[in-house]
Design a protein around this ligand. Structure first.
Ligand SMILES: Nc1ncnc2c1ncn2[C@@H]1O[C@H](COP(=O)(O)OP(=O)(O)O)[C@@H](O)[C@H]1O
Ligand SMILES: [Mg+2]
Length: 498
């Protein structure tokens, strides 16, 4: 098909540094300063990088936005073809190229102020030019290796301090690979000795103790590895999660109001008797338990506290209170990753647990009692919803706003970006975006991500599994990254129904 392309490319002046680069095509049509069209005869796909020479500034980096195959097959001819006629179809491939820019003498990213010339050749971009213009550092010691630039053999390292200190988010629909890439980032954090706490509602992160069975494409240079020596798993429910250490809270640190909130009961007529029972117990039995509160309430023969007692019974069954709660110093250990496995725990109890732990981390971090660290929040829409208020809403917002001042970073993961508190989402400066299709969610993502072009917003709906748009993390522009394979076993394997 390409043989009927009419350009005589040998007539162009050849420059020595372009010789080794594959020719992609030639600029044609009306040429803008930030966008132009080019025919495609060489190896290049959407989102990949190209380079072209500008008469004033030299080599400039561009990116392939969209590719279109233009044909002379008309509706009428297609009809004839369907009826069995042979057709000679002429076709040409055209691409829209965005101008990314070049670095000037001071190293600043610039875009030429006059258009390129029609007839100018477009080449596949060299690794050196991509690195220079995008500003990729090759400093693997301090970097988090997340994958390769899509379509190019260039490893992408993000700045660990930027990720941890400025909060990050992973946003995509279910099954798009959020937990997988979060696992990649956690591996990099563990490797670099970052202290982590993972709120894990599905119990899928404990699998990181095991090395991956295979590490996929050798291009990525990933070897299976176990991080079991750096991981500690806690769970409020050690019946469902027998390998975890028990996570318990001290009942005496809960006042009547927060207990009612936890049980989903209105203060109304419940607050007074509950408060009285707790006050009484504090005097006679400092290490009281839920069943002691029930005993006191039932001893009152003049009143029927049926509803309150039933709710307390339910809480008692949760088995999350103990005379001595789990100490934060046991949960958070320098350079270690602690997983709070919340599998099997009802949502309102999860929110209470998240509230308690997050509040403790924030307060202790303020006074330097725990090391700088990052808290990973899976299913974040449940802990800081955009609508309504749950036990953990306030502290999540506080950490999003003030955490970075105290060295407490957050990773927000959600399949419903539109349902996550905007005040929290807007504070995440490093973003990993995978496939999103719900229009409200696309809007929430575009609103929260700086530097996302409208072309990228369209692409979000079609991102293939295994590719992420990465913004921030110390890199000056959004990148399409082919996520590297995992070193550890991914625990979020979707369950096959058939
Ligand atoms: N980069 C990737 N490479 C290979 N497989 C992947 C990748 N990302 C996701 N997967 C696979 O896709 C499935 C869904 O990924 P997962 O991260 O659990 O989705 P999510 O958390 O977004 O619902 C899993 O079976 C996982 O193994
Ligand atoms: Mg997941």
């Amino acid at each position: 098909m390409h043989s009927d392309i009419a350009y005589d490319i040998s007539a162009q002046s050849e420059s020595e540094d372009s010789l080794s680069l594959p020719l992609v095509g030639i600029i044609y049509g009306n040429v803008g300063t930030t966008e132009f069209k080019c025919n495609i005869i060489g190896p290049v796909e959407q989102t990949e990088y190209v380079q072209m020479r500008h008469e004033k500034v030299g080599w400039v980096l561009g990116q392939v936005d969209t590719i279109q195959r233009k044909t002379d097959l008309s509706l009428e001819k297609a009809q004839e073809m369907a009826e069995g006629q042979e057709m000679d179809i002429k076709e040409l491939v055209s691409a829209d190229i965005s101008v990314i820019g070049y670095r000037d003498d001071r190293g600043l990213l610039q875009v030429p102020r006059t258009p390129f010339k029609a007839g100018e050749r477009i080449y596949r971009a060299s690794e050196d030019l991509i690195r220079e213009v995008i500003g990729l550092k090759d400093n693997p010691e301090k970097g988090a290796y997340v994958g390769m630039l899509n379509g190019h053999d260039i490893k992408i390292y993000l700045d660990i301090n930027t990720i941890v200190q400025k909060h990050m988010s992973v946003l995509a629909k279910t099954g798009a690979g959020k937990s997988y890439i979060t696992g990649v980032i956690i591996e990099e954090m563990m490797k670099h000795g970052v202290t982590l706490l993972i709120l894990d509602p599905h119990g899928e992160y404990s699998s990181m103790k095991d090395p991956a069975k295979d590490t996929g494409d050798p291009r990525f240079d990933v070897s299976p590895r176990s991080y079991s020596d750096r991981m500690i798993v806690f769970s409020p429910d050690t019946k469902i999660n027998p390998d975890a250490r028990p996570l318990k809270f001290t009942l005496s640190s809960m006042d009547a109001r927060s207990l009612l909130e936890l049980m989903g009961l209105k203060a109304g007529s419940n607050l007074k008797p509950l408060r009285a029972a707790i006050d009484y117990l504090k005097g006679v039995k400092p290490a009281y338990m839920i069943k002691d509160i029930i005993t006191v309430l039932e001893a009152d023969e003049e009143h029927d506290y049926g509803i309150l007692v039933n709710a307390l019974d339910y809480l008692e069954d949760m088995n999350i209170f103990a005379p001595q709660g789990t100490k934060i110093s046991e949960i958070v250990q320098p350079g270690k990753t602690s997983i709070i496995n919340l599998k099997g725990t009802p949502p309102e109890i999860q929110q209470l647990i998240v509230n308690r732990i997050a509040t403790a981390l924030f307060e202790l971090r303020k006074i330097g009692k725990i090391p700088p660290m990052m808290m990973v929040v899976e299913e974040a829409h449940n802990y800081c919803p955009q609508q309504g208020k749950v036990a953990s809403s306030g502290i999540m917002r506080t950490i999003a706003g003030e955490g970075r001042k105290f060295g407490l970073g957050m990773a927000i993961i959600s399949q419903r970006p539109a349902k996550v508190d905007k005040n929290v989402l807007s504070q995440c400066n490093t973003q990993f975006i995978l496939k999103v299709t719900n229009p409200n969610d696309i809007k929430a993502v575009v609103d929260s991500v700086e530097g996302l072009t409208s072309g990228m917003a369209d692409l979000i709906q079609h991102i293939p599994l295994g590719v992420a748009i990465v913004t921030g993390g110390g890199i000056s522009m959004p990148l399409f990254v082919e996520v590297r394979p995992r070193e550890t076993r991914h625990g979020g394997e979707s369950i096959k129904i058939l």
